[in-house]
Unconditional design. Sequence first.
Length: 387
Amino acid sequence: MFKHKILLLTICISFSLILFGATTVPSYSIQNEKIPYWHYNDAKWWSEGKISDEKFQKSLIVILDNHSDLSQNISDEFSIPTWFFYTAKWFSENKISDDVYVSAITFLYDENILFISNSSIIDTSFEYYSTNIPLIQTFEKNVNLFSASLLNKDIVMLNDGSTRYSDVQFEFVSDNLEVYEPLMNSKNSVVIIPTFTFTAYTEPGFYTFYRGDCDQEFHGKLFRDDDCLTVPINYDKPIDFTASTLGLNILHLLDYPFITDVDVDKNPEILLNYDKVILLHNEYVTEKMFDAITSHSNIVYLYPNALYAEISVNYTDDTISLIRGHNYPEVTIRNGFDWIYDNSPLEYNLECIDWKFEPIPNGHMLNCYPEYAMYSDELLLKTLNGL
């Protein structure tokens, strides 16, 4: 009987994989529950061996807490079948639905195949405790378009005693369901997650070098200039403000599928599977990425300062290195690709009051930095869907 249940689960997942291809137009309904983006981030990097079992376990605990009795299968150690790597990968690639993914997790737990450690449950209950927060800094936009919440893990304490939010979770507001319909992704689109850019902003790193602070000690290690210009890829958490986290979470809620810049660098032809490609704050890219993006026929440059600096990637040790751009290696060099459509000066326009998508030969460029407008400007989101 047990083997029959495993077979049934495998058949269900495989059938869903057939139905949910990466290049199909999504059919998600705003009436359904949408798993927050960070679950996809954790599932992808765990399935590729980039984050630890301990971190991924917390993702599973949050899901199980809403669908099962967490006191059922407590153990001293985390244990999950090795084949679940494939399920997590398919889920992160939009090849199986949220419902199928949740069903697979709850099935494994309820059938005593997945075991959760008690210590991780305790840690997760604090780190992933959610608090509703008001939306601010929208420059006279509609702060009631979505509801927002904050997880404890995303509250960052600064040296001066103040705090900032590294990530914000969004949900639909029941009174606005009709408003969302024209905002939902209705085309064969994809969004490129700027993992490389998030890594470049991680300290110590490129920006430590730009400030002239590289030749000093960080976390007990002395960093020289060369150390700051080659840094480990940050797979460990979803991207923050420097790499468009607010926009990313809203686009995920509106059912836009995602791929990472790592995916594009490894397989530039992947962009040919999509009719519309949306860039976020993809400031740091490889030459292969630059060529693939600028040769695609319909790119939406949603954030200014995209394609600004050239990097190289070493996948053996999972590092990126600055090659050219941002006044490096010569102070006179700005755009690392000498790109004539560079619109970086517009990134300082955070108000986005008189926003406009300006046409260029291979798509459209937004003339402001829309991080706050993404969760508050209904017309901007509707226009984006129509491009």
